[in-house]
Every structure is written in C-alpha cells, then in structure tokens.
Write a protein of this length. Structure first.
Length: 254
C-alpha cells in the first residue's frame, strides 16, 4: 500500500479492524403426513444445508426443536378432500460442526402436512331376516356393532349403507353385500365390510278349497275344487301341485 505522490512514502499502517459477517445458510423442510392418532404431534423431514463453502464442516442441530399441528383432527377442503394443515415450530434449529461459527441459519416457514383418516374395522352387524318379497333389498341391525382401531375414547358410529342379498330367492345364510357404509367421525374411514349373511324366509300363500257334492255311490271317495293362489308376487310363476293328494268322506252314507 502506498500513496500516489512520488515525493512521499507511507509509514506502516496498523490497528485496522473490520467485520466478517456470518454466511446465512438455508435448508429445505417438508412436513410429514401422518395417520390420525388423536394427538397434535408432528414431524418434518429436513433437507441438506445449502450454501456451505468448500470443505467446511457444518450440520443442522435440531436439539430442542419440535413441531405440532394446531389440532388433532383431519382437515378437508371445500370438495371434501383431505388437505394440509399448518405446522407450528417450537425451539430453533442451530448449527453444529467445526466451522459452524462462520455461518448462521434461516428458520423454516410455512410448513404444512396432512393428517389422514385412520382406517377402522367394524363387526357385529346383523342382517335382518325377511320374508320373500321378490327383491334383493336387505336391512341390518347395527345396534351391536363394535369397532377395532378407534383411538382412545373417541366416539364412532355407523352411518349410511345399502344392504343387498346376492339374489332374491328364499334361503338361509345368504350372502349380503353393503355399499355406502361409513362412520360419523371424520377422523376415521371404514374398511370394507364382508362376510355378512342373512335369511329370506318363504312367503306363505293361501288358496280357497271347496268340497264337491256327489250322488251316493257307495264309496267314501271325494273331490274338491281349488281356488287360485293368493299372495303370489309380481310375475312369479307358481301353481298348486296336487300330486298325491286325495280326499275322502268319513263314511259312504248320505
């Protein structure tokens, strides 16, 4: 260092001071989705530090840092789709490593994640026995339904559901399917329900029977006139089979 006038020389300069500010590093932070567990605790995944120079040794120290959702519940958008919830940070990330003193760190902002619905199972659904009515519709008694997988003291009940026999015919232990069955707690979803069975009992028909008068013929044989079947449903094809049926008077006399 010198001066720009050749008639002069510059004495040695000493006592100068200055500042070296810390280089600010950044890192990515992504909130981790979790299945509903009844708690507000959250976690995040940290990306690598960005901006570290050369072979400097610097790392993120997350001691004392925690994350939480504002509440424990699953959030939905206007279309009913599960959506992100904001996370709040407690504590601050710091730097570790032999060169950490030369750096500073920017804390993450606007971190969010989803709480997704917890899938639970139901048992104890009883299909109501019905009399044959020509269709496959079924009804169920859910008063004894119980759930597996519910968290803590959460209250959950069934809602909706359309039950259907596999066919319309009478029988016992007939397979029943259900669609549209759900639960009334939005923190949960219901696993598919299978293995339901129920009974369709036979419908009892009636018909009129009139005994036929006859002229004395010395025998006890008799005959009757049958009326039409009453109670047949829709276009069902049913008729009376009188094979092996006979009628008699108590004796042959008038």
């Amino acid at each position: 260092m010198g001066v720009n006038n050749t008639n002069y020389s510059l004495n040695a300069v000493s006592g100068l001071t200055g500042d070296i500010t810390k280089k600010v590093l950044t890192f990515t932070t992504a909130g981790d989705d979790k299945v509903y567990d009844g708690a507000t605790s959250a976690s995040v995944t940290l990306g690598g530090l960005q901006g570290v120079l050369g072979s400097d040794t610097v790392s993120i120290d997350n001691t004392g840092v925690s994350w939480a959702f504002a509440d424990k519940n699953v959030a939905f958008d206007a279309s009913g789709v599960v959506t992100d919830k904001a996370l709040s940070q407690s504590g601050a990330y710091t730097l570790a490593g032999s060169d950490a003193g030369n750096y500073d760190i920017t804390q993450p902002t606007s971190i969010s994640a989803k709480i997704t619905q917890k899938a639970i199972s139901v048992s104890g659904i009883a299909i109501d026995t019905k009399e044959y009515d020509g269709n496959t519709t079924a009804t169920a008694d859910i008063s004894s339904a119980s759930f597996t997988g519910v968290v803590g003291a959460d209250t959950v009940g069934l809602q909706g559901g359309t039950y259907t026999f596999n066919d319309k015919t009478a029988g016992t232990g007939k397979a029943v399917s259900v669609t549209g069955l759900g639960v009334n707690n939005t923190n949960y979803s219901l696993n598919a329900v299978s293995g339901l069975t129920g009974d369709i009992t036979k419908k009892v028909l009636t018909f009129t029977t009139a005994g036929d008068d006859k002229v004395y013929d010395g025998a006890t044989t008799a005959s009757v006139t049958l009326g039409g079947l009453q109670g047949v449903l829709g276009s069902d094809t049913v008729s009376i089979d009188n094979t092996g049926v006979s009628w008699t008077f108590a004796d042959k006399n008038v």
